[in-house]
Design a protein around this ligand. Structure first.
Ligand SMILES: [Zn+2]
Length: 112
């Protein structure tokens, strides 16, 4: 639907997002699950170190580090939904593993 102004389009999108919060959350959850499933090699996604299975706290870890630089090169400001979509578009490149937030932080500080 064409809008006369970008403000009108922005207002429509804001209203749509407010009305469809659950749909948006489910889409994001599915994209995350698809991505993490690929890297976990199973539909039953778990942390590679501690077996944590709560999708809420599972993250994608750059095995050799350099995540911030890679996202920058991909033109992404942060990790998460946009990053998962980009990885899918790129055919799921190698170099990632699934970790829970605790293990990811432990790895970052050299405690894993
Ligand atoms: Zn863990």
């Amino acid at each position: 639907m064409p809008y006369k102004t970008s403000e009108a389009r922005r207002a429509y999108r804001k209203k749509w997002r407010a009305k469809n919060k659950e749909k948006i959350a489910e889409t994001r959850r599915k994209v995350k699950l698809d991505t993490l499933s690929h890297y976990a090699g199973a539909l039953d996604v778990r942390c590679a170190y501690c077996e944590e299975a709560d999708l809420t706290v599972l993250q994608l870890d750059h095995i050799n580090g350099g995540g911030r630089q890679q996202r920058k090169e991909m033109g992404l400001a942060s990790a998460g939904y946009g990053f998962y979509l980009k990885l899918k578009k790129l055919g799921y490149p190698e170099g990632f593993q699934v970790l829970c937030a605790n293990c990811n932080i432990r790895k970052h500080f050299g405690a894993l």
